[in-house]
Design a protein around this ligand. Structure first.
Ligand code: FES
Length: 66
């Protein structure tokens, strides 16, 4: 799903960038360009990053519990 229409950035690309360490909206803007056009997507990028962080924390918990 496209999160940033101006720069054609998808949630999948944001998740991949997050896996590589881009964990802020500014970092996502720097590496993917999301949010650097009209700026309307910045809240959606932030929401996507929050989901990534929850998923990462959940995976870490599963590893620790195993
Ligand atoms: S929709 Fe992302 S900058 Fe415009």
């Amino acid at each position: 799903m496209y999160v940033c229409i101006c720069n054609a950035v998808t949630d999948r690309e944001i998740r991949a960038a997050h896996e590589l360490g881009a964990d802020t909206t500014d970092a996502i803007a720097d590496c993917l360009g999301a949010g650097t056009g009209c700026g309307r997507c910045r809240e959606a990028v932030s929401d996507c990053l929050a989901t990534c962080q929850i998923s990462s924390a959940s995976r870490e918990f599963e590893v620790e519990a195993a």
